[in-house]
Design a protein around this ligand. Structure first.
Ligand code: NI
Length: 157
């Protein structure tokens, strides 16, 4: 496993639409392992492949319950609404308020190509939405109703 470099704000790769994964090989496994390690090392709760420079529909989420790997994820259900405070490893130090569905069901493949469906609510639903946006070249600042002020950031510490 290896720590990969996280692409930062201003890199146009963050605006690109990712292509689906077609080959479920050891290279994909290595990408997923590296993404999880990179996310943990950066203290993040999610990471999408374009953030490590790979334009494929791959993402990992870990809100403290263990790593969940998603390949070619799609929403099959979205319901409710919640207000979230989001940051992003590609936008260090910036946080914004977003509106996301409260509950989502995501259908995806695992590293072996097996399909699964995962229902999430609350924070994990937010994390899934944030990472899936990255796969379509959308970042949280585009979704943000407003960004947090310096004062609000101070109070978060
Ligand atoms: Ni992000």
């Amino acid at each position: 496993m290896a720590i990969r470099n996280i692409v930062k704000d201003g890199d146009e790769i963050l605006t690109k639409v990712c292509r689906p994964v077609e080959k479920f090989d050891s290279k994909l496994g290595m990408l997923l392992d590296d993404m999880a390690e990179t996310m943990h090392q950066a203290d993040g709760v999610g990471l999408a492949a374009p953030q490590v420079g790979i334009l494929r529909r791959v993402m990992v989420v870990d809100i403290g319950e263990g790593v969940i790997e998603f390949v070619n994820p799609v929403f099959v259900e979205q319901s409710g609404e919640q207000e979230c405070v989001e940051g992003c490893l590609s936008f260090p130090g910036e946080y914004g308020v977003t509106k996301r569905p409260y509950r989502v069901v995501v259908r995806a493949q695992d590293r072996n190509g097996e399909f699964f469906e995962l229902e999430s609510e609350g924070f994990r639903a937010d994390a899934c939405c944030h990472e899936m946006d990255h796969l379509d070249g959308v970042v949280f600042k585009q979704r943000a109703v407003r960004m947090l002020t310096k004062e609000e950031l101070e109070n978060m510490k």
